[in-house]
Write a protein that binds this ligand. Structure first.
Ligand code: RP5
Length: 173
């Protein structure tokens, strides 16, 4: 098995349905990763150990996700110089606004690159973009990925032009 380059950590297994999108995009780009549950609050010592050993174990990027009082990404960033991407997970009481603010509002000196609430797919893509800085094959794959996005937009325009907006809406329902 290839050595993981990206470490995905989440505060609870209840975050996994959200985080699977990060794992899927890393798989799509053949980027080796590891995925674990580590809580900033429920397992602080194990979380610290994991983060502090991440760089020497060969990880290049950390994706850290949590919901509610979402301190995991910030705690991770406090313990490593690896880039940390934070994913605020949608919470039950405040629709993820609590998670977003807890993840994004870091003090100067300890950045967390925070994606949207439940933005796990973008977290995966951002991790790939970081890795692609020193990996030409990955960089080419990203170019192809972006071309794919562009052509899917243009296909929508072709469909819109041929069907008209009313039929387009009916066919999309
Ligand atoms: C956070 O609390 C986790 O990241 C999760 O989003 C939230 C709820 O955790 P569980 O009670 O479902 O384990 O620490």
């Amino acid at each position: 098995m290839e050595k993981a380059l990206v470490g995905i950590i989440m505060g609870s297994d209840s975050d996994l349905p959200t985080l699977k999108e990060a794992a899927e995009v890393l798989e799509q780009f053949n980027v080796p990763f590891e995925i674990n549950v580590y809580s900033a609050h429920r397992s602080p010592h194990k979380t610290q150990e994991y983060i502090m050993s991440a760089k020497t174990r060969g990880l290049k990027v950390i994706i850290a996700a949590a919901g509610g009082a979402a301190h995991l990404a910030g705690v991770a960033a406090a313990h490593t110089t690896l880039p940390v991407i934070g994913v605020p997970v949608m919470s039950k009481s405040l629709d993820g606004l609590d998670s977003l603010l807890s993840t994004v509002q870091m003090p100067p000196g300890i950045p967390v690159a925070t994606v949207a609430i439940n933005g796990a797919k973008n977290a995966g893509i951002l991790a790939i973009q970081i890795l692609a800085l020193s990996d030409e094959t990955l960089s080419q794959k990203l170019e192809e990925f972006k071309k794919g996005l562009e052509s899917s937009v243009m296909k929508k325009n072709e469909k819109l032009a041929s069907l008209g907006y009313k039929n387009y809406l009916e066919k999309s329902q």
